[in-house]
Design a protein around this ligand. Sequence first.
Ligand SMILES: C[S@@+](CC[C@H](N)C(=O)[O-])C[C@H]1O[C@@H](n2cnc3c(N)ncnc32)[C@H](O)[C@@H]1O
Length: 263
Amino acid sequence: MAEYTPTPEAVLRTLDVNEHLADPSIKQAFVTPMFDIIAPRYDRFTRWFSFGMDATWKREAMDAVREAARRIRPVQRALDLATGTGDLAFALARLWPGVQVDALDASPRMIDQARQRLAVRDADVATAVTAMVGDMMALPQGDASVDVITASYAVRNVPDARGAVREMARVLRPGGVLVTLDFYKPAFAPWRALFLGYLQVAGDMVGYAWHRDPVVYGYIARSIAHFMTEAEFSELLNDEGFDVVSVQCYLFGGVGRHVARRR
Ligand SMILES: C[S@@+](CC[C@H](N)C(=O)[O-])C[C@H]1O[C@@H](n2cnc3c(N)ncnc32)[C@H](O)[C@@H]1O
């Protein structure tokens, strides 16, 4: 896990985003302080920047979780990876009575935000959710100990996507359900150029306006450019022990939801 002093803002100013995205050995050292900076405004930014679509995608992801997990009776343990401020973790806790949900994230300030929500706005699920700082490439959960995993905008941000999927496969029990939501590189080149161009310009502008640092939101477009297509992610899931049950594309392949079952 990245360590930094004195503040995440000071650290980020000394780092080059493209260099860190291109090199897995240093990517996390950029990503964690960046999300620490964003954390207090993350919910507002996400709602605004996606024109409200994020809430719809997450609601549909939870419908997909409920449907795919029908065969698991009862769902006892669930895990939300890269939980951020906890949206999906709290939604999981509301799906099944008695379920215990681990909400894990690398950014301590994101976990602070999740805990503040559990103390006030989402207090109804406070006893069902444990918010924890952790690395999704080295999970603390035991082998085959989890029934359901969710991960939204998660895999794109880690240095080793394959390693993270391998960890999901390790902790998920056979027949367990994985639902992911993320940005992907659109396969159609002209749309890819337009999509990434818009995200980069808009992200840089909001980053400058809110944090005096364009890269904190301009990062989204840059990270997608270094990532994969939704079809390549399906292949990765298949390689690492999952059967892909369904793929739902949004924004012509710019966003995708995968539902998969552990073999
Ligand atoms: C774009 S946010 C997504 C938050 C939330 N899942 C949502 O959909 O609103 C990405 C999150 O990934 C987290 N993250 C980055 N690298 C991670 C890692 N190695 N392990 C766990 N979380 C990580 C960041 O700290 C950040 O909170």
